[in-house]
Structures are given as structure tokens and as C-alpha cells.
Design a protein around this ligand. Structure first.
Ligand SMILES: *Cc1c(COP(=O)(O)O)cnc(C)c1O
Length: 361
């Protein structure tokens, strides 16, 4: 990499590709001959409408979003969806199924209880969320309004390797930390949502893919801005959308295209993750808490036996240009977040560093 940039392994907000940042930089004071920055534009202007429409088109194409689904560009943060989902969907039958496999699904299930009956369809807290439940373990209610799960557990470093089968119960999925890292069949889902700041764009944008027929059963006290219908009817522009982030998402989607689309990204990310897990599995010092078969390709949690060694590793890694490798306090040790924008070179260099450290300690 150039520009004296370091390899940033932050769990989020996280790295953006250098070429995306450079393009944004080149266009920052005068976008496309408009004489102004995208940051200064009216969201009702023709110039911005074109950015919006192009970004929608690219996103739908790259994600394979079918007819009957709307893509919303919202400002709620992924956490806002923890409320928005039950507010809009719980009214269907008054109850919902939640798979609790980490920090964010725990919060989502707790929030949903305010609005109806929550059935915990699975809960992996007994093993500190080191694994993903199997399909056979899921306690499903055929009358649930929806089934909720989080595809990738950012903090614990586990990832669902299958899409749950729930019959006629709509699937709702938080894909904040692995969206666009592997192809998904959108038609299997009722709602897919993701905060943009891990794999897609700067913080401030939340993308929601919603099957349109699911909107319209909101609870009567649903706030205007938390009603999917409001945003569907006004094409995400009931009020001012996060214009700059939408533009940045558009640049990022061009970059995804250059990598061979989501299928191309999947190959690259699988190779990066395999390289890192192999290095850790072949080391004498390090272990990964996530169980084989449940390991995340996006957030690789690992640790050494002692706290001194973990601290030493993090400090020496930081000095060598590998930033933000400290694990979350719930897990301890280290965590390398290797989202789509982390270059293969960054993972290769980290693996070399791990091998050296393993040898010298
Ligand atoms: C980061 C993250 C969130 C929270 O995102 P915010 O936009 O900060 O609310 C929720 N779910 C997952 C899986 C995440 O990784």
C-alpha cells in the first residue's frame, strides 16, 4: 500500500480500499463538474438523484435483489433495526423467534421483548458463543412473526455457514459484518440489514433489503421515522438521507465490481481467512476460541495462554504497523477483522508476523 497507510484490523468502522478513498478525495470539492461537493448537495437535486439511483442499481445487481424487494438507505445504525424490526413485524402474530449467538443478537432479542413475545430459538451463551447452533437445534415456532439471527458474530468471531430453514416464517438477518463477503439468495429472506461501516461504506448508513409485502403491520405507536412504510413510499427520501455515505457506497460497489462481484470477493476472503487460520492452527502459542465449523471469515479471534503474551503481541504488532488487534473485552486476546477491504497483503504480512512471534516467544 502507499500513502503511509497501515493495516487496520479494526472491527468497525474499518478499512476502505485505498482506490475508493483516492477517488473520493479527487472528487471532494467538485463532484462531476457540479462545482460542489456531494456533502454540500441538496438531496432533491438531479445530480444527487443520479448518485442515489446508480447506487441502488449497482447494489441490487451485485446482491441479486429480486423483484418485490425494496432496498432502503437509512440512518438508524444497525442497532436502530433492533427496534425497527419488532415495531414493524411483531404485529403479524405477536411473537417472534430469536437465535442468540452473540452480543448483538442478545441486545436485539432483549429489545424485541418490549413489543411482543420472544421465543429464544437457540442460545449459545453456555459456551460463551464459540459456536453456531445446528438446524436441528433450532426451536422453531411455526406461528412466529419472523425468525431473527445474526449471520456473523463480530465480537465472538463465529459465522453461520448455512441459512436456517424456517418454512413460511420470514427470515430476518443482521449481516452488518459479513454482507457482500459471500453470495446470498435474497429470495430466502424477509429482511436483510447491515450497518455500512464494516464492509460497505463509512458509518452513518444502514442498508435494509425488505420484502415489500412485510411492511404495513407496524404497531400503532411506531414512530414515523421507524416505519418501513414511510421509507418505502418515499424511496428512502422522506427526509434527508445520509447523502455522503450513499455516494461512498456507490464508489465501494464499483470496487466490488472490479473484484469480480460478490463471488469474486468470496474467493479472495476465503483465501485470506484460510491463510490466517492455518497460521494460527500451526502455531504453538495461539488458539482460536471459535469452534471449527463455526469460524468467521471476517473476524478472526485468537489468543495466547497468558495475558502477558497477549499484551506483548498487541503492542509489538501495533509497533510493526498492524493496528487494532486487541480483542473485545467479552472474549479477550486478539481479534483480526479482515473485512473485504483488507488487502491480501495485509493478511500475508500479519501471518509472517505471527510466525515470527511464535518462534521468538
Ligand atoms: C457493528 C454491529 C452492529 C452495531 O452497529 P451500529 O451501526 O453501531 O448500531 C450490529 N450488528 C452487528 C453484527 C455488528 O457487527
Amino acid at each position: 500500500m502507499s500513502d503511509n497507510r497501515i493495516f487496520n484490523f479494526s472491527a468497525g468502522p474499518s478499512m476502505l480500499p485505498l482506490s475508493v478513498l483516492q477517488r473520493a478525495g479527487a472528487e471532494i470539492t467538485n463532484f462531476g463538474g457540479s462545482g460542489m461537493s456531494v456533502m454540500e448537495m441538496s438531496h432533491r437535486s438531479k445530480v444527487f438523484q443520479k448518485i442515489f439511483d446508480d447506487t441502488q442499481e449497482k447494489f441490487r445487481r451485485l446482491m441479486g435483489v429480486p423483484e418485490g424487494y425494496k432496498v432502503l438507505f437509512l440512518q438508524t445504525g444497525a442497532s436502530g433495526q433492533f427496534s425497527m424490526i419488532p415495531l414493524n413485524l411483531m404485529g403479524r402474530t405477536g411473537k417472534a423467534d430469536y437465535a442468540v449467538t452473540g452480543n448483538f443478537s442478545t441486545i436485539a432479542a432483549k429489545e424485541a421483548k418490549k413489543y411482543g413475545t420472544v421465543n429464544i430459538a437457540a442460545d449459545t451463551s453456555d459456551c460463551n458463543h464459540t459456536r453456531i447452533p445446528t438446524q436441528a437445534e433450532l426451536k422453531l415456532d411455526a406461528d412466529a412473526s419472523y425468525f431473527y439471527y445474526c449471520a456473523n458474530n463480530t465480537i465472538y468471531g463465529t459465522e453461520w455457514q448455512y441459512v436456517p430453514e424456517t418454512g413460511n416464517v420470514p427470515l430476518v438477518c443482521d449481516m452488518s459484518s459479513d454482507i457482500m463477503s459471500r453470495p446470498v439468495d435474497v429470495s430466502k429472506f424477509g429482511i436483510i440489514y447491515a450497518g455500512a461501516q464494516k464492509n460497505m461504506a463509512p458509518a452513518g448508513l444502514t442498508v435494509v433489503i425488505i420484502k415489500e409485502e412485510l411492511a404495513g403491520s407496524e404497531l400503532p405507536y411506531t414512530p414515523l421515522m421507524m416505519n418501513y412504510k414511510t421509507m418505502i413510499d418515499k424511496d428512502s427520501m422522506y427526509n434527508t438521507p445520509p447523502c455522503w455515505c450513499i455516494y461512498m457506497l456507490g464508489l465501494m460497489l464499483d470496487w466490488v465490481d472490479e473484484q469480480g462481484g460478490v463471488a469474486g470477493i468470496e474467493k479472495i476472503k476465503a483465501a485470506k481467512a484460510a491463510m490466517l487460520y492455518d497460521t494460527l492452527d500451526n502455531s504453538k502459542l495461539f488458539t482460536c476460541p471459535a469452534q471449527v465449523g463455526s469460524r468467521s471469515d471476517m473476524n478472526v479471534a485468537f489468543r495466547a495462554e497468558s495475558e502477558e503474551l497477549n499484551a506483548k503481541f498487541i503492542a509489538e504488532a501495533a509497533a510493526a504497523g498492524f493496528a487494532n488487534l486487541k480483542g473485545h473485552r467479552n472474549v479477550g486476546g486478539m481479534r483480526a477483522s479482515i473485512y473485504n477491504a483488507m488487502p491480501t497483503e495485509g493478511v500475508e504480512k500479519l501471518c509472517q508476523f505471527i510466525k515470527e512471534f511464535d518462534k521468538n516467544n
